[in-house]
Design a protein around this ligand. Structure first.
Ligand SMILES: Cc1ncc(COP(=O)(O)O)c(C=O)c1O
Length: 465
């Protein structure tokens, strides 16, 4: 009989985005702080924070206690009943997000579920704008004119360099090649815009993303403008597609345009929220208020939780229109307990020293990158960094192109080396090495990480390229 978990996994559990025959996960004994302790006595640093869900490290006692206490009271009731904990969480989220205190929250259990909800809300509001124009006002508080066109604003503009999740709507708006697994039967009405990626921009010299913003606006006009476009969906810092911070002038220009035209701006902070980029939300730096904000991953800490936060204006639309969406387990009390405790820990322990810690990490990474010629660019913010590794630093050629997602590269071998020889579990994408540690990482652990990454980069330069 098979008893090792890894063997059972091998036989009975599917690994995501992989062929299965070589799937052999590592058997885990326990996990604490930034470390995973394996059954064969190893101690591995999780440099990807468990898919960026474990911002506060594994097994934080305060979060565990909050979940345990809540479990003794109530774990889940439907939204016909109200629990203290879910109410407090909603209130807290509303207070932490930009905009008035009349915002509303809907809870899901994954980033993708929240994205699906956001897309539906955008289309419902778009429909309402056409079918009952007096219910939605534009930025100058004028009532919308009724559109003479069929059908209603339904198009979603998102970006090629993006990832919003693997459910049908979420992957349709994602530009990432993983959407191709479901094509051609994906959600209609999505148009992808070029990315703002100064290092390898499709626009000649566009450090502030203003050419990309103009192009996106042009696309909206060509797609029929506000009569047809319901929303623009952006990540504040592109995550799974290369850790690319969105330039502030781009974001502000697009936000301004959307507001003026009554097109909703949806910001997906599934990966960037909960302190990842140095502040509670990455958009804090932009001074914008999205119509719909998406959070997930680290929001729930150890219990899956995600949410969309609707601005006062969008929320009020549903005063007289049916919110045509729902999910069992929405507003789960255990998840709320984990989220609320996480927010308290984040505010009290993490955010106050995050700027200093992020600067320390950045400095270490900068000096490391400067030693290695195949590190094309070091990019990121706060505790979310990538070293883009390039075959040719002059031409900035990657080891594989965007459409060769599943082709092996030396970057994968670097990742293997770091795991097997240096006890560092590193996320890699096709473009580079990620440095996304739990926010509780200590200064000593940062020093240790830099040393291990250096060993990896020496190996990469001497053996792999
Ligand atoms: C920005 C963003 N949105 C949505 C998702 C999907 O989240 P989940 O995997 O929880 O469905 C991800 C996942 O990586 C993400 O990075």
């Amino acid at each position: 009989m098979i008893t090792q978990p890894s063997e059972i996994y091998h036989h009975h559990i599917l690994q995501c985005w992989s062929t299965q025959k070589d799937y052999w996960p590592i058997d885990v004994e326990r996990a604490e702080g930034c470390w995973i302790h394996t059954k064969d006595g190893r101690r591995i640093f999780d440099l990807r924070s468990a898919h960026e869900c474990i911002n506060l490290g594994f097994n934080h006692p305060e979060i565990i206690q909050a979940i345990t206490d809540q479990m003794a009271k109530v774990s889940y009731v439907t939204d016909d009943f109200a629990t203290d904990i879910t109410a407090q969480l909603a209130q807290k989220i509303v207070s932490l997000c930009p905009g008035t205190d009349k915002k509303k929250v809907w809870f899901g259990q994954s980033g993708a579920a929240a994205v699906e909800a956001a897309l539906k809300v955008a289309r419902m509001v778009g429909y309402g704008r056409v079918m009952s124009p007096t219910s939605v006002k534009d930025a100058t508080n004028n009532e919308q004119e009724e559109s003479p066109y069929y059908p209603y604003p339904y198009k979603i503009i998102s970006r090629y360099r993006s990832w919003h999740g693997s459910t049908m709507g979420a992957l349709s708006v994602s530009g990432d090649p993983r959407r191709w697994f479901s094509e051609p039967i994906v959600m209609p009405g999505v148009v992808h815009a070029p990315e703002t990626y100064p290092y390898q921009s499709v626009f000649d010299q566009d450090p502030e993303g203003l050419k990309a913003a103009d192009y996106l606006i042009h696309m909206i006009e060509m797609e029929g403008g506000a009569d047809f476009v319901a929303a623009v969906l952006l990540e504040a810092v592109v995550g799974s597609n290369g850790i690319i911070p969105t330039p502030k002038p781009y974001m502000q220009k697009v936000a301004q345009y959307c507001k003026a035209k009554n097109i909703l701006l949806i910001i997906d902070e599934t990966m960037t929220g909960m302190g990842r980029t140095g502040s509670f939300l990455a958009i804090e730096e932009y001074g914008i208020e999205p119509d719909i904000l998406i959070m997930g991953k680290a929001l729930g800490a150890y219990i899956p939780n995600s949410c969309i936060v609707l601005s006062e204006e969008v929320a009020s639309f549903f005063d007289d229109h049916v919110f045509g969406h729902g999910q069992s387990y929405s507003g789960h009390a255990l998840a709320a307990a984990a989220s609320l405790a996480s927010l308290n820990v984040l505010e009290r322990e993490i955010l106050p020293e995050l700027e200093t810690k992020s600067a320390y990490l950045k400095q270490g990474l900068e000096s490391l990158s400067s030693k290695f010629k195949h590190v094309g660019e070091l990019r990121g913010k706060g505790m979310m960094w990538t070293m883009e590794l390039v075959k040719d630093p002059i031409t900035r050629t990657n080891f594989r192109s965007f459409n060769q997602k599943y082709q092996e590269t030396p970057i994968k071998d670097l990742s293997r080396f770091l795991l097997e020889e240096c006890d560092v579990y590193t996320p890699t994408d096709k473009f580079g090495l990620w440095i996304v540690p739990p926010l509780v990482v200590s200064f000593e652990e940062i020093d240790w990480l830099i040393t291990q990454l250096e060993k990896g980069l020496v190996y990469f330069h001497e053996e792999l390229v």
